[in-house]
Design a protein around this ligand. Structure first.
Ligand code: ATP
Ligand code: MG
Length: 274
């Protein structure tokens, strides 16, 4: 796209307050006077993208979101444009609180966790059927629209797989990343199921299943993959919920349940979506 065209588009949005920040991006609530609508503007500072992997995320994010749309549980992309310093992605404005904030308030009731997990698995089934892995599933990347629908977002780490194409590279976030990623093996889309299982564990207990004081310690705990359900917290959690957790947080990716299979698990089928 021409620089002038990008400049014109950028001027159409009035950036208001900052509403989020990640590794490379700063997100602003923005107003678009001609449509009288509020949006989220994700600005990526290109100077922070130093290597080829970082730059890859710039291209893949908008491409992946366009490719996956429309899906009720995947955040839509409205527009994208870039100038010399910044790449901008325009997104529907979601609620200020992500799943991370909800979990910070304490464990969620099982029925609520099941409904959210069902929506996440619906989004993942769609991605995986189209040959795309998200690779950074975590509560901070799960947003909610005004009707409280879960929206999977942040496709900056996504990658294509399939037709014998495996993925590699250390991508993701320590608490949530799958053991095969840490071990430096080639891996497949089951890495997203692992991270979703860890997310579900955090929803039900308020803390992640594997932890440590540094990234290195967390990685060690993840690779050990010793899944435990401390009785003080998990006494009140149902057997079917624990059964699904064991199937998602399974160390061997070939034995790990797929997103599509998980949608048919009794605990997910029991989710009250009313
Ligand atoms: P990461 O460090 O995980 O790679 P990132 O730099 O790619 O993050 P995002 O995860 O897309 O950035 O956004 C950062 C934060 O901004 C989110 O966790 C969320 O709190 C907020 N945010 C992002 N998009 C929206 C949106 N559409 N509506 C409301 N808030 C949003
Ligand atoms: Mg993020």
């Amino acid at each position: 796209m021409h620089q002038e065209e990008a400049a014109v588009k950028k001027q159409q949005y009035q950036a208001l307050e900052e509403i989020g920040r990640g590794k490379f991006a700063t997100v602003f609530r923005s107003f678009h006077p001609s449509s009288n609508q509020f949006y989220a503007l994700k600005l990526i500072n290109k100077r922070l993208l130093t290597d080829a992997t970082d730059r890859h995320c710039l291209e893949v994010e908008a491409k992946a979101m366009t490719f996956l749309s429309p899906h009720p549980n995947i955040l839509r992309i409205i527009d994208t444009f870039q100038d010399a310093l910044t790449s901008t992605i325009v997104l529907p404005l979601c609620q200020p609180r992500t799943l991370f904030d909800h979990i910070a308030d304490g464990p969620l009731p099982e029925s609520h966790a099941a409904s959210l997990t069902k929506q996440l698995l619906e989004a993942l089934t769609h991605c995986h059927a189209l040959g795309l892995a998200h690779r950074d599933i975590k509560p901070e990347n799960l947003l909610f629209d005004e009707a409280n629908n879960l929206k999977l977002s942040d496709f900056g780490s996504a990658e294509w797989f399939g037709e014998g194409r495996t993925m590699s590279g250390l991508v993701g976030t320590p608490y949530y990343v799958a053991p095969e990623v840490i071990m430096g093996r080639d891996y497949d889309e089951k890495v997203d199921v692992w991270s979703s299982g860890v997310t579900l564990y955090a929803m039900l207990s308020g803390f992640p299943p594997f932890y440590g004081d540094s990234s290195a310690e967390i990685f060690e705990a993840v690779v050990r993959a010793n899944l435990r359900f401390p009785t003080t917290i998990f006494r009140s959690v149902s057997a079917p919920a624990k059964d699904l957790l064991r199937k998602m947080i399974c160390r061997d990716p070939s034995r790990r349940i797929s997103a599509h299979q998980a949608l048919k698990h009794p605990w997910i089928l029991s989710a009250d979506l009313s």
